[in-house]
Design a protein around this ligand. Structure first.
Ligand code: C5P
Length: 394
């Protein structure tokens, strides 16, 4: 952390009383701290306390002519290596999620091109409120890192989730965000989402894939420092920040995009690629004529099978298998048929609620056999898989 600069934004919550301790910890490991205080933050911790501990002046207004003349708020947000918001109040999170910029803190957060780590802190009901849940999901989708909150007794007398993480835990998260991850210098291609196969200019064949698992995997690989080429069909979830997004429509476009992204150290093929395309489609919208159209199909390229045997094959090729019965047996056979190294298999029978849901229960098939992972969030599956890939490429 020596010489790294942290822009520390202190929001208006009682947990701000822990922030001076966080500043001391950061300074203690050699980091430079630029403190920014919101108007309500100043109700809980004084500018004097923060500036003495940081050894730097506190910034607390957008309208400081001196500061604007010297560096300006855009500059302030760019010169840091990392932006930390602690405590991140419900209000600050809402502003961030909505892209508001009506005071110094929110303006810096909108102007920065650096990673942002938030330590949420609020009353348990505010934390559980659907609006905060929504804002958190938006922020995570934007690539914002989070630490905490913890569960425990709160200053307001209630008990539950919403206590700000302890300063030591925040420091550990800062360290993790700043240090090059286990996949630094690696390039990984991730395919995700459904492909669309046109019938005419307005109609297409598609499938129900949301792209959620592939998106989570791309974000998890990014979090470990990988350079990610994210080749995606029309997913219903937004693409993660901080990855190279290559949007495609059809299976053939997806294959070409994967080929163009090579070479890579690893590839994770999580897309739901259409097996067939329509060959007697029309350039013009097809009209009702009284006769029923008969669609003729041709087989699409199997991207996973092609990549697994390509001359520029990545060292590690991971495929997916969505099955509705005999998951392990089918996936084990698929691994051999496709020629990939690993298969991540899951049961997508409607009763599991996995397809289009937020959780997944997967079996990882490698050359050592099958491993059943417990049911967990798609983000957690992604994080585990990314860690596993990092181990394999180490
Ligand atoms: O054969 P099946 O579609 O079940 O195989 C699933 C795996 O193969 C997934 O990893 C999927 O991304 C990949 N796949 C592909 N190209 C296809 C079909 C499937 O890359 N045309």
């Amino acid at each position: 952390m020596q010489g790294r600069r942290i822009l520390l934004i202190v929001g208006g919550g009682i947990a701000a009383y822990k922030t001076p301790q966080l500043v001391r910890l950061m300074r203690g490991v050699g980091a430079a701290v630029t403190p920014v205080l919101t108007t309500s933050g100043a109700q809980f911790v004084t500018p004097m306390t923060l500036s003495v501990l940081a050894g730097e002046p506190v910034h607390d207004t957008l309208w400081d002519q001196g500061a604007e003349a010297e560096i300006g708020h855009i500059q302030l947000s760019r010169q840091a290596d990392l932006v930390v918001v602690a405590p991140a109040t419900a209000d600050l999170m809402a502003k961030m999620a909505g892209g508001l910029a009506n005071d110094l803190a929110s303006t810096l957060l909108l102007a920065t091109d650096k990673r942002v780590l938030i330590a949420p802190a609020m009353n348990v009901r505010m934390w559980d409120h659907p609006a905060t849940r929504r804002n958190l999901a938006i922020l995570q989708g934007d690539g914002v890192l989070t630490v905490g909150p913890d569960v425990g007794d709160m200053a307001c007398g209630e008990h539950g989730a919403g206590r700000m993480a302890e300063p030591e835990a925040i420091l550990a998260a800062i360290r993790a965000a700043l240090e090059p991850g286990a996949l630094a210098g690696r390039h990984v291609i991730v395919t995700s989402g459904p492909t669309h196969e046109p019938i005419d200019p307005v109609r297409y064949l598609a499938n129900r894939s949301s792209g959620a698992q592939g998106t989570a995997i791309a974000a998890a690989l990014r979090d470990l420092g990988a350079r990610v080429s994210f080749v995606t069909g029309h997913a219903t979830v937004p693409a993660p920040a901080g990855v190279q997004v290559i949007r495609v429509e059809t299976a053939r476009q997806m294959r070409d995009a994967v080929e163009a992204a090579l070479p890579a150290d690893a590839a994770v093929m999580a897309a739901a690629v259409a097996d067939w395309r329509v060959v007697n489609g029309s350039d013009q919208k097809m009209k009702k004529t009284g006769d029923l159209p008969v669609l003729q199909m041709a087989e699409n390229p199997d991207i996973l099978a092609w990549l697994s045997r390509a001359p520029q094959r990545p060292r590690l090729v991971v495929g997916f298998a969505a099955e509705t019965q005999d998951v392990t047996a089918h996936a084990t056979a698929k691994r051999l048929r496709k020629g990939c190294d690993w298969i991540v298999a899951n049961d997508v029978s409607p009763a599991t609620g996995i397809m289009g849901g937020t959780e997944n229960a997967v079996t990882l098939i490698t050359d050592h056999g099958a491993e059943d992972w417990p049911r967990m969030g798609k983000d957690a599956v992604a994080a585990q898989l990314a860690a596993r890939i990092a181990r394999e490429l180490a």
